[in-house]
Design a protein around this ligand. Structure first.
Ligand SMILES: CCCCCCCCC/C=C/C(=O)SCCNC(=O)CCNC(=O)[C@H](O)C(C)(C)COP(=O)(O)OP(=O)(O)OC[C@H]1O[C@@H](n2cnc3c(N)ncnc32)[C@H](O)[C@@H]1OP(=O)(O)O
Length: 294
């Protein structure tokens, strides 16, 4: 389907009806200019249903760099203004939903690039987590670390079989930021399991993720997953859209407030960790191990 944004007069414009959370914060940089055409994403909107599909397309691994994350964030913001009601986030790859932060861009990077990357991650998370849109992650491939973040920041997760999902942060030497910890706890059935998962870098198979409650449904094909995603969005009638969006925001407001209060500190931790010689040495070896798989 062609990339386009269209007006959907059938649906209320959620961004007008639901006040954005007013949390004072200084503006943090994104590395994107808002006038750039999308390079790594395809956005399609079904004007009959009001459902948008945002497809991640940064081969080979949908690794998240600042430009890519800025693009995803901007698409969500645009959709909020365009009378859309639901968003399905998926990947053009048949193997990888997203491998998380682009580690190649974390290796031997200068401080400005590292800062741009982390601020883009923070900004993307904030937008996805707080959007009034009904959000579904259609996880049609591996979803690791930042890839898992995209999934758990959405409201509903449908995954295809035989893939991997989880947060391996501590394994790569990064602490899980408290706002992402809270995001994970927000969807996991038990805080104890969430703590266990994040401290032990637990990676689930699709099947075990379903059992653990990390994903909500499995689907045997992308087509079936698209149908299930649309069914989830359709389960909310037009009449309930505003009330559900406000309720969602209220559920998430405290996590967002904590994030805003700590985002500079969070950025400082990331920058100091990434600049440690031991971290850079580990990253070099880790990237080599990924390449050695060939
Ligand atoms: C709320 C709670 C959440 C909390 C989450 C907290 C998020 C906060 C901060 C986020 C931190 C991160 O995301 S850190 C990122 C952590 N991510 C990882 O460790 C994932 C590492 N990658 C993998 O494990 C694997 O690649 C995996 C994704 C399973 C796919 O395996 P496959 O065998 O199918 O594919 P591969 O051959 O390994 O990879 C294909 C190519 O992609 C490249 N590639 C793979 N991962 C890459 C990466 N992260 N950055 C750059 N490039 C990558 C490989 O080098 C290959 O490049 P070519 O050789 O050129 O083809």
């Amino acid at each position: 389907m062609a990339t386009r944004i269209i007006h959907l007069p059938k649906y209320s414009r959620l961004s007008c009806l639901v006040k954005p959370l007013t949390i004072s914060a200084r503006t943090f940089a994104t590395a994107t200019a808002s006038t750039n055409p999308p390079q790594f994403t395809t956005l399609s909107v079904d004007d009959r249903t009001g459902i948008a599909t945002l497809t991640l397309n940064r081969p080979p691994a949908n690794a998240l760099n600042a430009l890519f994350m800025g693009e995803i964030q901007r698409s969500i913001t645009d959709l909020e203004k365009e009378n859309c009601r639901g968003l399905i986030l998926t990947s053009s790859s048949q193997r990888i939903f997203s491998a998380g932060l682009d580690l190649k861009e974390c290796y031997k990077a200068d401080v400005a690039s590292l800062e741009g990357l982390w601020c883009a991650l923070q900004n993307l998370w904030r937008t996805l987590f707080s959007t009034p849109l009904i959000t579904v992650a259609l996880i049609n491939g591996h979803a690791i670390a930042g890839g898992c973040m995209l999934a758990v920041s959405s409201e509903y997760r449908i995954m295809l079989p035989n893939f991997k999902i989880g947060v391996n942060e501590t394994m790569v030497g990064l602490a899980v930021p408290s706002w992402l910890m809270d995001t994970y706890i927000n969807i996991m059935p038990s805080r104890r399991i969430a703590e266990w998962d994040l401290t032990s870098s637990r990676i689930y198979s699709s099947e075990s993720a379903l059992k653990a409650g990390l994903v909500d449904e499995l689907a045997s094909s992308k087509e079936e997953a698209l149908q299930k995603s649309a069914a989830f969005i359709d389960s909310f009638s037009k009449r309930t859209l505003m009330a559900r969006a406000i309720t969602k925001q209220q559920f998430r407001a405290e996590i967002l407030r904590n994030f805003e209060q700590n985002r500079q500190h969070d950025l400082d931790i990331y920058l100091s960790t990434m600049q440690k010689p031991s971290m850079q040495e580990f990253l070099g070896e880790y990237l080599q191990s990924l390449d050695a798989k060939k």
